[in-house]
Write a protein that binds this ligand. Structure first.
Ligand code: GLA
Length: 386
């Protein structure tokens, strides 16, 4: 959410009169490796970060009237719980979608007010949208004593995104935002939803995010296209292997068997997912063994696959990864999230951050005439009460 310093007068009054009953922190996420694998029932390696959205809640004594004020947008969303419909304002759909999903399973939600303040960059691939959905769901669960489990909140937030926003996202972002623990990364099996927490020991390296500050509008349509392509592959392969339900069930030799029946594009998409799943497992093992060099090498491989096989990168992201690869003190770098813009995630030696940033910012500006922004982040806990 962008910064807006000139606040509307009635909004200032709303904030002044607000009596906070509950404050919830909802973090963004990073993903070390395992991109576009979640909706293919594969493996991912994400965690929450120390940047977050803060939600303040109060009940307002009405039965159904809700007021949600975004400080960052200086925008008030007012709606009646009984008359929820899709909005033309994008961020509002994340909110309305969650309310809609909650109302399908409970009638305990009454009128409430909420103030939202975000420090997450939008369109940067750190999943400000999942943070928004999950923080709201988590807060309302507490405020109205709904007794939903964390996992139920994760799943309903994902459904909100499918049904209201229209992105057929996987489970990774919501899962990482809600389930993460401090100083840990999550090895999540998106098929069984079993997960393992791994100590995030990256010393002497730091996690550096470089934000391209571009967000090509292909992102949402191409995302759904990739999903459809993966389903297409499954259709072909399951004509013989009837137990194959997702790319998780497909081996390299099965894919090769169908090479002539698949277009080259589909073949490459499938190959990428199979190889990426394998990289996630290798990366988790490397992290546990403290082999950060191998971990980093897998990140570079993942990027090349996303660039050439899955084709969800863009020239700005490729430029940054190429730049990092030529810099010895960066042991791993790749695009992160859905693609077509947003951030690269880099593992950089802590002594070289300043020098690298100076060089890369200048080079990026010279190349694209866009300011590169950056931040260092640390693996942090998931959604919590303040
Ligand atoms: C977006 C989606 C996730 C995941 C990533 C790509 O962030 O929300 O579910 O598919 O893209 O890995």
């Amino acid at each position: 959410m962008g910064n807006n310093t000139k606040l509307n007068k009635s909004h200032i009054q709303f904030v002044k009169d607000f009596k906070v009953e509950l404050e919830v922190l909802s973090p963004g996420r990073i993903n070390f490796i395992g991109e576009h694998t979640d909706y293919n029932n594969g493996f991912v390696l994400p965690t929450a970060i120390d940047k977050k959205i803060t939600f303040s809640f109060e009940r307002n004594k009405t039965d159904t009237l809700c007021n949600i004020y975004s400080i960052s947008f200086d925008n008030m969303l007012t709606f009646d719980i009984n008359e929820i419909k899709r909005s033309s304002v994008e961020w509002e759909n994340y909110i309305l979608g969650v309310i809609d999903e909650l109302c399908k399973i409970t009638n305990k939600i009454k009128g409430f007010n909420c103030i939202i303040k975000s420090e997450l960059p939008i369109g940067a691939g750190v999943s400000s949208s999942a943070a928004l959905e999950c923080g709201l769901a988590f807060g309302l669960n507490e405020l109205f004593g709904l007794e939903l489990s964390r996992m139920a909140l994760v799943e309903l937030s994902q459904r909100a995104e499918h049904n209201y926003v229209g992105t057929k996202c996987g489970i990774m972002d919501q899962f990482a935002s809600v389930m993460s623990e401090d100083q840990k990364v999550i090895l999540l099996d998106c098929k069984s939803q079993h997960y393992r927490l791994i100590a995030a020991q990256f010393e002497p390296y730091k996690i550096l995010l470089l934000n391209t500050n571009v967000s090509h509008n292909l992102a949402s349509s191409e995302y759904n296209t990739r999903r459809a392509e993966c389903e297409e592959i499954i259709k072909v392969i399951s004509s013989k292997y009837i137990n194959v339900k997702s790319l998780r069930d497909v081996t390299k030799s099965m894919l090769n068997e169908f090479k002539t029946k698949l277009s080259d594009i589909l073949f490459q998409r499938g190959l990428f997912i199979i190889e990426e799943n394998d990289r996630v497992l290798q990366a988790s093992e490397s992290l546990e063994k403290g082999d950060l060099k191998h971990f980093g090498a897998l990140m570079y491989q993942s990027h090349r696959g996303l660039q050439h096989q899955y084709e969800v990168s863009c020239k700005e992201l490729d430029f940054l990864v190429d730049f990092s690869e030529n810099y010895d003190q960066i042991i791993g770098s790749r695009m992160m999230g859905g693609g077509f813009g947003g951030c690269t995630i880099n593992l950089i030696h802590k002594d070289d951050i300043d020098h690298f940033l100076e060089t890369v910012k200048k080079a990026y500006k010279d190349q694209f005439n866009i300011e590169l922004t950056s931040f260092i982040t640390v693996p942090s806990k998931g959604t919590s009460i303040q």
